[in-house]
Design a protein around this ligand. Sequence first.
Ligand code: DGL
Length: 281
Amino acid sequence: MTNSTQLRQCADPIGVFDSGVGGLSVLRALRAELPLEPFVYIADSGHAPYGERDDSHIIARSHAITRYLLEHHHIKALVVACNTATAAAIQRLRQDFPELPIVGIEPALKPAASNSKTKHIGVLATRGTLNSEKFRALLASLQDQAHFVVQPCDGLADAIERDDAIKTEALCAYFTRAMGQFGLNPGEMDTLVLGCTHYPFAIDVLHASVGEAVVFLEGGAPVARQTRRLLEARSWLATQGAPVARAASTVFGTTGNAGQLQSAIARWLQMTSDVQTLSIT
Ligand code: DGL
């Protein structure tokens, strides 16, 4: 690799995408772990939700977004900030973009199995994630370590996406009630895995449903650490290149409603930002 290529890659942004606003929960962790890195975030809200769609739709969307991020932003790494897209498409993305470091997200079953005291664990995720081979294999590998109650949450990511508080509350109460007893006593679920990146934005409502004592696990922080490791190994971190005068920036784009993403950014990242409306095909 030439020196100029190396420098160019250090200053290039990291691409992050999700079906909508959910990936902001991962971006929050990425910005905390890698404060000097520039990011480009794409919300594919115009083609969401992913969780109740078939794999071919999700693979096609993941491809189109990755191509867009490479062509228009010259990204140095990609974070698939969506459990459903990771399950359906990450293998194909890695095959088709072999030069690009790609980090995915999966429901935090492993940390849940090690940390749970009652060894009874609830898992909330989209139907797509739960039906995927990747998830089934993960679950099977941990069956002897804990008892998992898995709950598909049709409509919940969409309600969070639309900021529909009444529907979000009703769905959270309905799904958690259907799973059984939460708590710290033997036989009760003391841990709840948030297996969709939208769900951390319903944390207060979920706590109200299952109790404050239940531990929630999401995957943003491990994804951020893995992203750092991959870049560090290639010497592609922004801090490993020539000093960059400007502050690290985050560029936002959506294939859906720009106002919706803008409000979510203000609410969940406490920042104001322009949002580009994009047509990615
Ligand atoms: N945020 C996505 C995930 O982590 C899915 C939301 C959707 O159904 O589009 O699974």
